[in-house]
Design a protein around this ligand. Structure first.
Ligand code: SF4
Length: 502
């Protein structure tokens, strides 16, 4: 794909717009041999900002022009006017080319709920926020309403006290086998799984360093989240060791939430669940993705629907407070009816959390090597399935509390976390909305320091090595802890001093 843009448009934004219609595209500087070229320009004249998009393909050319209306321009910065002009033009050209208007309009590469939270903080009425999303960004009304409802449910949970706290993320990048759509860092081969004992030793040392740093900084921990991969790939004694170390470092009974992703039903047994419950875990995920065995087999998940129901029942009997269940809409081979069937089965279990993902793949996933049509822009079945899910889940008493979008998602749809009242996953909110610092431990984990004050947000990211073997050959836990403390202490000192002068 060749992409030509004018100087007043951000390249990243232009690429995300093009991906709405050409998912999976790459943008090498000299173009490629696909024969497709997109030209995106914005002209600024006095009182007028106009975007022009031209899509050239071997089959023909398509063009879109969009002038930002005066009443919209009056509330936007110059940069946003250029983005809106470019976005509007690209959507119109793309609609002519593909026949579809993406459901989230030009809201790409941004977090819609964060935008709405900003609007609500400025005192805007939720109905006006819906109107803004539709008018300014070409958002479908049902999507605008979902974003605003999610923000309204989230807003009361984001207090000043929470902004002053932090959370901890611990990564276990191992799984028993690899799903065909997976693009995460997750190790499944026997040779790599044999690294687990060594990895666990290094991880536990780093976990101690992270909690020690948090204590030295004078912070309180709100939530702890053990994610992956699939953390329950650890055996009972390894899991007990890790949870035990966390318990030695922090009084987990004071946490708002302590999540253990179990994810794959084929890694769950009653013993592991008993250890998790005894060590203070309050939330666990058990994910079928679909309850249709032929689809599970086709996407390389080595478990059946019966395994899921068995694991779910064990999780319920363990007494762990909250159970999350993930489903994926738009899995290859799953119809709208099939998805609704999966959803009905899951709803009948009444899990506290239900996360509806839309099928999404990155180029690294093995499934893209066998089916290039995997990136689907036009996918009425999945669109309908996601709309059905929204209505059914909310009709069953769940509230949307967390929503995010990714590139290369079927039909440019979203992922939404729903919860029964009083049970939202707080970590997901704090992490997604960057409410407070998240300290990471383990391969591929990221520490994200977030300025504690409201208003202009400052963020400092520190990434861990991506792969376990790199992680194991990196700095020692003591060195990492000292570096983390120095960086975080500087970061917090800056903001506390600024606040004093306000
Ligand atoms: S369970 Fe998740 S992390 Fe593991 S292979 Fe499957 S998609 Fe990847």
């Amino acid at each position: 794909m060749k992409l030509i843009i004018s100087e007043n448009i951000s390249r990243y934004f232009a690429e995300t717009l093009v991906l709405l219609f050409f998912p999976g595209s790459k943008f090498p500087a000299e173009g490629d041999d696909s024969g497709i070229c997109v030209e995106l320009t914005v002209q600024e004249t006095v009182g007028k900002t106009t975007g022009l998009a031209v899509i050239r393909t071997p089959a023909g050319n398509w063009q879109g022009t969009y002038t930002v209306p005066v009443h919209v321009a009056s509330r936007l910065s110059r940069e946003m006017q250029c983005k809106t002009a470019a976005g509007g033009a690209m959507l119109l050209a793309g609609k002519q080319y593909s026949g579809i208007m993406p459901p989230w309009g030009m809201l790409t590469g941004v977090r819609p709920v964060s935008m709405v939270l900003d609007m609500l903080e400025q005192g805007m009425h939720p109905d006006e926020a819906v109107q803004r999303l539709c008018e300014d960004f070409f958002c479908q009304e049902s999507k605008a309403r979902l974003a605003v409802r999610t923000a309204c449910n989230t807003q009361p949970l984001i207090t000043r006290a929470i902004r002053d706290m932090c959370s901890v993320y611990i990564a276990i990048p191992f799984c028993p086998s690899r799903c065909a759509y997976c693009s995460f860092v997750s190790f499944t081969s026997e040779r790599l799984l044999s690294l687990i004992p060594e990895y666990l030793t290094a991880l536990c040392a780093q976990v101690r360093g992270v909690f020690d740093t948090i204590r030295r900084l004078g912070l309180e921990v709100a939530t702890v989240y053990i994610g992956g991969g699939t953390p329950t790939t650890l055996n009972v004694s390894q899991l007990d060791t890790l949870l035990g170390v966390i318990g030695e470092c922090w009084d987990v009974s004071c946490l708002q939430e302590f999540t253990l992703e179990a994810g794959r039903p084929d890694t769950i047994d009653a013993e592991k669940l008993a250890v998790a419950a005894r060590r203070g875990v309050t939330r666990i995920s058990v994910n079928p993705q679909t309850i249709h065995d032929e689809i599970l087999a086709a996407v390389g998940r080595r478990h059946t629907a019966a395994d899921f129901f068995r694991a779910y029942q064990m999780a319920r009997e363990s007494g762990i407070r909250d159970i999350n269940v993930d489903l994926i809409a738009g899995l290859p081979g799953e119809s709208r009816e099939g998805f609704v069937h999966s959803l009905e089965a899951v709803l009948s279990l009444a899990p506290e959390n239900l996360t509806v993902h839309t099928f999404y793949v990155k180029r690294g996933a093995s499934i893209t090597k066998t089916d290039e049509k995997i990136y689907r822009v036009q996918d009425g079945e999945t669109m309908a399935a996601v709309e059905d899910a929204s209505a059914m889940v909310q009709g069953a008493g769940y509230m949307p509390y967390y929503l995010y979008r990714q590139k290369n998602t079927a039909a440019n749809l979203e992922n939404t976390g729903y919860a029964l009242p009083g049970h939202p996953c707080l970590y997901n909110i704090y992490m997604m909305e960057e409410i407070h610092s998240i300290f990471g431990a383990g391969a591929s984990a990221m520490t994200k320091l977030v300025s504690p004050a409201q208003g202009e947000k400052k963020i400092l990211r520190m990434s861990e090595k991506k792969y376990p073997y790199e992680y194991l050959s990196g700095k020692t836990a003591d060195v990492k802890a000292e570096l983390l403390y120095q960086s975080a202490a500087d970061f917090y000192r800056n903001f506390r001093e600024k606040e004093k002068h306000l």
